[in-house]
Design a protein around this ligand. Structure first.
Ligand code: ADP
Length: 485
């Protein structure tokens, strides 16, 4: 089966969050099942030719955006095992400091940037990897691709493309790519699409909705989230569309995995002491290094780590709401995160107020993230909602016990220590008090080294590999749905 995987990010070439991890791992897992996968992503300044073996393909593609013809040069990454990766160099659009925006907001021309990328990605793959059986796209950034493939004025009548099945994955329904309707003509799209069963959304243009109403099948990243997004409370205005598609048998919840090679505490070069479930005695060296990294004094208290986007979704307000009470919980905290400016400031000031208890590093740092996973005793994700969440999976693999709200993928992947083979701590209410109680429960639990070790081993022994999920994707590719009428 020939698959095009079109997305805005792909680890290790580029990553701002879980989307990058998934697109970095799923293609390899599919290749392992015999699929031929070509991934297409934007080229970013951080993708050095040396590290990823980027070579020119000689192909240049173009699309008309905002009245002007723009070009993208197609590079191929040769240093990514098993999967063909095409990186599109789009001058003016992706040679920027960040992929989506700054701590003060999104780039104002994101509609044009990602529309251009969508056209250019189809063109590049058409030239270099013709005849796909399946085109798999991800999140709002590539939501226009299924629409363009279906639309007779674009690729709908192309004999080599019109037949391809399209699958669109929702990694986070809260981000939809909503823009004023005036952008529509600048994107080369007809007003025909501006309708309820197209990309119209409360009189605006919605890129994600274009994907949801055009793709043959829709997937999302956990079974619980697949149910939640069909409710008005968690549907962000698209629950009606999703219920309709689910009624047609076209919506599937498939749990994310993690790349077990990329995330392996036995081999991780970022850890001062690598370890396995059998050599947990080595792990405290990482905890010491973690404290040092975050400027915390050596201490008998257990360490709670966070590695997170600083966004309301992640429950940062619950953490900040602990206020002065954070000291009394009996833990030390290491927070690595970046995102909204006001949360970055609040995290810095929490650390300044409690220098022996809270350490905060603001930024996106892969090495420090690994140290948090491999050194913290507990890993905190108090998310208000969580489509799947990868942090808690990585934490379990690295022997850190998750403290999580019972929502979305967190509910699907963390088992409370009050149950047999439990690996973490779940709480229900979205309040600082409920988070505080869960942390207290964890700190009490840590008083028993034997139980800690047992729970760490249980987490490290769980199977979060991609192999089962990749098979489910294959099933969806073969028989996952058909376009809406
Ligand atoms: P989301 O995609 O909503 O941000 P996930 O839990 O699905 O959340 O995935 C987050 C991924 O991004 C994980 O691999 C996590 O380690 C990584 N990550 C998040 N924030 C940072 C950061 N500040 N520095 C390094 N890695 C980070």
């Amino acid at each position: 089966m020939r698959i095009w995987m079109i997305a805005s990010e792909m680890a290790p070439l580029s990553k701002t969050g879980g989307l990058g991890d998934v697109v970095g791992a799923l293609p390899g897992a599919l290749a392992g099942l015999g699929c031929e996968v070509t991934a297409v992503i934007p080229h970013l300044p951080s993708m050095t030719a040396k590290r990823f073996g980027l070579v020119p393909t000689g192909t240049v593609v173009e699309a008309r955006i905002d009245g002007a013809v723009r070009r993208a040069t197609v590079l191929e990454a040769t240093a990514v095992g098993g999967v063909r990766v095409l990186c599109l160099e789009c001058p003016g659009y992706f040679d920027r400091e960040a992929l989506y925006g700054t701590p003060f907001g999104d780039y104002p021309d994101n509609a044009q940037r990602f529309a251009f990328f969508s056209y250019a990605a189809i063109e590049a793959a058409r030239v270099l990897a013709p005849g796909p059986d399946v085109v798999h796209t991800h999140d709002w950034q590539t939501g226009l691709v299924p629409l363009l493939l279906r639309d007779a004025e674009h690729y709908g009548s192309d004999p080599f493309l019109g037949e391809a099945a399209t699958v669109h994955t929702i990694h986070n329904l809260a981000y939809q790519g909503v823009f004023p309707k005036e952008v529509l003509p600048t994107l080369g799209l007809s007003w025909r699409h501006f309708r309820m069963h197209g990309l119209e959304f409360f009189d605006q243009v919605n890129f994600l909705k274009a994907g949801l109403t055009s793709a043959d099948a829709i997937t999302t990243v956990s079974p619980t989230y697949a149910g939640e997004i069909q409710t008005p409370a968690s549907g962000w205005g698209l629950d009606g569309v999703l219920r309709e598609r689910a009624g047609q048998g076209a919506l599937h919840g498939i749990l994310n995995g993690i790349d077990l090679h990329a995330w392996d505490p036995a081999l991780d070069a970022a850890l001062p002491a690598v370890f396995t479930a059998k050599s947990l005695a080595r792990r405290p060296r990482n905890t010491e290094a973690l404290r040092g990294e975050f400027g915390l004094p050596p201490d008998g208290r257990p360490v709670v780590g966070l590695v997170t986007r600083l966004a309301a979704q992640k429950g940062i307000d619950l953490l900040l709401g602990l206020g002065d009470g954070i000291e009394a919980l009996g833990a030390q905290w290491t927070l690595l995160g970046n995102g909204d400016h006001h949360y970055e400031e609040a995290a810095r000031s929490l650390a300044a107020r409690f220098p022996d208890t809270v350490g905060a590093l603001i930024g996106f740092d892969e090495r420090v993230a690994r140290l948090v996973y491999g050194g913290s005793d507990f890993f905190c994700m108090p998310s208000l909602f969580e489509p799947c969440g990868l942090g808690q999976l990585i934490a379990q693999r690295y022997g850190s016990l998750p403290i999580v709200r019972r929502t979305g993928g967190l509910a699907d992947t963390v088992r409370d220590v009050s149950e047999p083979k439990g690996t973490g701590f779940l709480f229900d209410e979205a309040s600082p008090e409920a988070l505080g109680e869960a942390v207290e429960r964890a700190v009490e639990f840590a008083a028993s080294p034997r139980r800690m070790e047992q729970a760490r081993r249980a987490g490290m022994g769980r199977d979060f590999s991609w192999s089962a999920s990749a098979r489910e994707y294959l099933r969806v590719y073969r028989d996952g749905g058909s376009p809406p009428a």
